[in-house]
Design a protein. Structure first.
Ligand code: C2O
Ligand code: CU
Length: 494
């Protein structure tokens, strides 16, 4: 492709390289686990990757797309039951999972800007739940915020007006103190919002547009999910709910809608032949232009919209999507999935040079307030580390930030830990990441974002605008183990 974009690719490569070196892997381990092996969770060693199931033994399933139960005027109505189910993650074994309507991985809802989606959720678990639509612009009473739960045997109707442009949204449990384990056990799904602009582009579609949710897990020797807070032993990598699966593709372009659905794991993804992938979108939809990248870093909750053109490979080629970040050794966590090029196919799709336009940083509404936000977690090796936003544990009774409706602000978010990485997610708002460490971010982070990585010692400068709903929403670290430790706070728009 054009030279300019190759240059951008090189910049991204350089930026990622610092993340990928051996020494950079170490900081990704939680300090407490490195400091004292006795604090490692007692869960059994597990199936891990190797002997019981060699990589690429099972096919990667596609996520189930739901049809609305009813289309009524401008509304698509879905009925879902939150329930226990079993999934065949390992061949011949049945694993207990928590699901939206029985699906593991979770189902996909397809929505369109301007059409309302109504989801009636029935809770048949023995725990309260809250369903949060991550990245969505919704009224506070439909946001599924941590304290706004509904209990066993009850139901809740969420209304999503979709008054925002196309975006790669996802939904997951958010019940306070339980979100981490609930999401780990399966409560997440994709919600792909499209609009006229996106739908008009000649991108790969239909069977060639494939949502892939990546995550990790620890399994015990019976194939059951083992959960412990901040467990570094989650070293089985799942792609669409299967351990290091293979996926058969035609020798043409595919669009992969990647979601990091892990609780805490960061992924750095690359192709085994060292060739580039074309990133076309992030959390809040398309980038302005496609970017060729040798590697994609995805922190929990982040999405990447990626086109891979398999027409450059002869039929018979096997290409591995690799992960270069720990915790876990490369033989355990290094293989994510294998693409097997098995046939040729016509390809009418293309990736336009210009995907959308977004206001340049200088043209964004002038901020009226600048705030400093710090994220920090105990890293002194204590058994029950706490997480803090601006030095405080999450208290749902406390309003941490009050912003004026109709204004924009600058949020400087700093990770003040010396080793532990975090990321930062806020509800309601798709923000712009202006800078990291005082320098403009690369093109893959320059679109609309709702989740952004903040490595130890780093500061990201965000431009946020509050011009839609009023009310209370949370912001937090999306390493869900960390938010469950208290790294969450509330902003009020009034
Ligand atoms: Cu996916 Cu409060 O987050
Ligand atoms: Cu964190």
């Amino acid at each position: 492709m054009v030279t300019r974009r190759s240059v951008l690719g090189a910049t991204v490569a350089a930026a990622s390289a610092t993340l990928l070196t051996g020494t950079a892997l170490t900081p990704l381990l939680s300090a407490r686990n490195r400091a004292d092996p006795r604090t490692l969770p007692a869960a059994p060693a597990g199936l891990a990757a190797g002997p019981l199931l060699p990589p690429f033994s099972v096919p990667m399933p596609r996520q189930r797309e739901l049809r609305p139960m009813l289309r009524w005027g401008n509304r698509d109505i879905y009925l879902m039951t939150i329930r226990k189910a079993t999934a065949e993650i390992f061949p011949g074994r049945s694993t207990d999972v928590l699901t939206y309507d029985g699906h593991f991985p979770g189902p996909v809802i397809r929505a369109r800007s301007g059409r309302t989606v109504v989801v009636h959720q029935r809770n048949t678990l023995d725990m309260p739940v809250a369903v949060h639509l991550h990245g969505a612009n919704v009224a506070p009473e439909h946001d599924g915020s941590p304290m706004d739960t509904f209990g066993p045997g009850t139901a809740r109707t969420y209304v999503y007006p979709n008054r925002q442009s196309h975006a790669a949204l996802w939904f997951h449990d958010h019940a306070h103190h339980m979100e981490s384990e609930h999401v780990y056990r399966g409560l997440s799904g994709n919600y792909l919002l499209t609009d006229k602009l996106e739908a008009a582009l000649p991108l790969p579609r239909g069977e060639f547009e494939v949502p892939i949710t990546l995550r990790d897990a620890r399994f015990d020797e019976t194939g059951q999910l083992a959960y412990a807070m901040a467990d570094p032993g989650r070293t089985t990598i799942l792609a669409n709910g299967r351990p290091a699966p293979f996926f058969q593709v035609a020798a043409r372009k595919y669009r992969f809608r990647l979601l990091n659905g892990a609780n805490s794991r960061f992924f750095a993804l690359r192709l085994s032949d060292g060739s580039t992938m074309t990133q076309i979108g992030s959390d809040g939809g398309l980038l302005e232009r496609p970017v060729n990248v040798p590697s994609i870093v995805l922190t929990p909750g982040e999405r990447a919209d990626v086109v891979i053109d398999f027409s450059r490979y002869p039929v018979g080629t096997q290409l591995v999507l690799e992960n270069t970040l720990g915790p876990g050794s490369p033989d355990l966590v290094g293989k994510v999935l294998r693409f097997d090029v098995v046939r040729t196919a016509a390809d009418p799709s293309s990736v336009p040079e210009v995907l959308r336009t977004l206001p340049a940083a200088a043209d964004l509404p002038a901020p009226v307030v600048t705030r400093d936000i710090t994220m920090q977690m105990d890293e002194d090796g204590r058994a029950q580390p706490r997480g803090f936003m601006n030095g405080q544990l999450y208290d749902p009774e406390r309003i941490d930030i009050t912003a004026a409706h109709g204004t924009s602000e600058i949020w400087n978010v700093t990770n003040t830990n010396t080793r532990i990485p975090h990321n930062f997610h806020m509800h309601l708002v798709q923000f712009r990441v202006l800078e990291r460490g005082g320098k403009p971010v690369g093109p893959t982070e320059a679109g609309l974002k709702d989740t952004v990585r903040v490595m130890a010692g780093e500061t990201v400068k965000l431009h946020v605008t509050f011009n839609t709903y009023r009310g209370d929403y949370v912001y937090h670290c999306h390493m869900l183990d960390h938010s469950a430790m208290g790294m969450m706070a509330t902003f009020r728009i009034r």
